[in-house]
Ligand binder design. Structure first.
Ligand code: ATP
Ligand code: MG
Ligand code: MG
Ligand code: MG
Length: 480
């Protein structure tokens, strides 16, 4: 391999260490910060220092931070660059250097250390950031055609609804410079990849949205390790780098398919499995066990998605003919094997992780098999009824709720399966059934309100009340 993922991580940290940065360990995926659910970026462990609430111990630091972004879960396998779990390499200045050094070092790292051709690099700056524009253009010679001024959505970074923030400047790699400079969209995943974001952290966003200048100007950056690996290893997407591909190959082996010969749909399923397995293993290693609330529910959903996706590509049981067995632990073993440079604690907690995953998978498979039979019948009925009032075949909210409530069958899986069969699900009907049940239920629900940062979609994907479906099922199954 020309450049391994591990060597990219090491070279990044060495580059900044030799420029006065202290190499610090990654913090946990569970942040010490009530405003975000999971660690979404390298800056989180330094937030109080940025805000001036805690004295800095060093002026400059560099880390390889493990991150989870559940807001990107729908992108997994669809784009070539998004993961739920990824590593963000960062260099940080706490009231020390600012824009000029940050930009110059990022350029040197990218073009000299990693040797990317300057004519393939594009940069973005915040719309009115003339200073950053001038450093890129006048000092480093990036032509004006390849510097894009962009608005708040792309070039003003905030870690959450409030907190330290500032304008940012990003570096993109162009896979097809021959396509020219006109009508360029840097968000075009088939041509460009954003790999480095430099945040000029100089404000605090207050709860009411007011930007107050921080006492000190800081630097916060993030370079996606898997993205740089993809560029340097010259593979078509992040999944085919040495950081993820062995997991995908293991899944392909269990499904008895070949990744290279597989069609796009199967490839996509394999990518989802490879991606989610890393998130699952690192989350459990950081103490997040599958459950029905908050972070635990994130893990549970990821495990369920792997189990179901695995079944879609033909993985049954432990892949060795033992249909009573579990396959998720076998994939987890591969993740653990690859973990030593990412988080050395994972190997220590391996037995616990494998045990937990086996139990979780076997429990879910029971639920799944019961629900699948019923859903299959309900979908056949819906298809034979055909369109009603000009609307295509539809599964009623009542039926979706029956599956969820009585069979413990997750609604997102009902939706996925129905969609595959060309049937809509009446979500309004489902929601109103849920509301009814909530109103009727006298049970004290454990309400966990978790404020989350960076994406309102994250809030939507995490239930704020306990998910009772599965336990309701097991309780009933026992009574019956
Ligand atoms: P994108 O626009 O591609 O979604 P982003 O602007 O949301 O990326 P930042 O918040 O700027 O990303 O994070 C800094 C860097 O972390 C990115 O430039 C990228 O290299 C990496 N990164 C961000 N999100 C992901 C992800 N879901 N998977 C892999 N790497 C990521
Ligand atoms: Mg993003
Ligand atoms: Mg972006
Ligand atoms: Mg960005």
């Amino acid at each position: 391999l020309p450049v391994s993922g591990d060597s990219i991580r090491r070279r990044f940290l060495d580059f900044y260490a030799s420029r006065g940065h202290k190499v610090l360990p990654s913090s946990s995926l569970v942040p010490d910060d009530p405003t975000v659910l999971l660690t979404i970026a390298g800056m989180l462990q330094f937030k109080r220092i940025f805000l001036g609430k805690e004295p800095r111990k060093v002026a400059r630091a560099t880390t390889a931070q493990r991150c989870i972004r559940t807001n990107d879960v729908e992108n997994v396998g669809q784009t070539s660059r998004h993961h739920t779990f990824f590593e963000m390499l960062g260099n940080f200045s706490f009231g020390d250097y600012f824009k000029r050094e940050a930009i110059n070092w990022a350029w040197e790292l990218t073009t000299k250390e990693f040797g990317l051709a300057p004519e393939r690099l594009w940069v973005s700056v915040f719309e009115d950031d003339d200073e950053a524009f001038s450093i890129w253009h006048d000092e480093l010679g990036v032509p004006v055609e390849r510097i894009k001024r962009m608005g708040e959505d792309d070039n003003f970074w905030t870690s959450g609804v409030s907190g330290p923030c500032g304008p940012c400047s990003e570096i993109y790699y162009d896979f097809y410079p021959e396509r020219g400079d006109s009508d360029v969209d840097l968000g075009d995943d088939s041509r460009f990849i954003e790999f480095y974001n430099l945040v000029f952290m100089q404000y605090n966003k207050t709860d009411d949205g007011f930007l107050e200048p921080l006492k000190q100007k800081n630097i916060d950056t993030g370079l996606g390790l898997e993205r740089m690996a993809r560029i340097l290893q010259k593979v078509p997407n992040n999944y085919e780098t040495d950081l993820l591909f062995p997991i995908i190959e293991k899944a392909a082996e269990l499904a008895v398919v070949s990744y290279t010969e597989a069609d796009e749909q199967i490839k996509c399923y394999l990518k989802i499995i490879g991606d989610h397995m890393r998130a699952i293993v690192y989350l459990i290693s950081d103490g997040v066990f599958p459950s029905n609330i908050g972070r635990g529910y994130v893990v549970r959903r990821l495990v369920r998605r792997v189990v179901r996706t695995g079944r879609l590509i033909g993985i049954r049981g432990d892949g060795n003919g033992n249909l009573e067995g579990a396959f998720v632990p076998l994939l987890a073993e591969k993740v653990i094997e690859l973990s030593s440079q990412i988080d050395s604690d994972v190997k220590t907690s391996a037995p616990r992780i494998l045990e937990e995953l086996k139990r979780e998978e076997l429990r879910f498979v029971q639920t799944l098999e019961r629900g699948e039979k019923l859903l299959e019948q309900l979908l056949t009925d819906a298809l034979s009824r055909g369109p009603v009032n000009g609307v295509g075949p539809c599964l009623s909210g009542k039926d979706a709720f029956l599956l969820y409530d009585t069979y413990g069958f997750p609604i997102e899986i009902t939706m996925e399966v129905a969609q595959e069969r060309g049937v809509n699900v009446d979500m309004e009907g489902f929601d109103s059934e849920m509301d009814n049940q909530r109103r009727q239920s006298q049970a004290a629900h454990n309400v966990v309100k978790l404020a989350v940062g960076n994406a309102s979609e994250l809030t939507e994907s995490v239930p704020d009340t306990e998910f009772l479906g599965y336990d309701t099922l097991s309780a009933r199954a026992m009574v019956e």
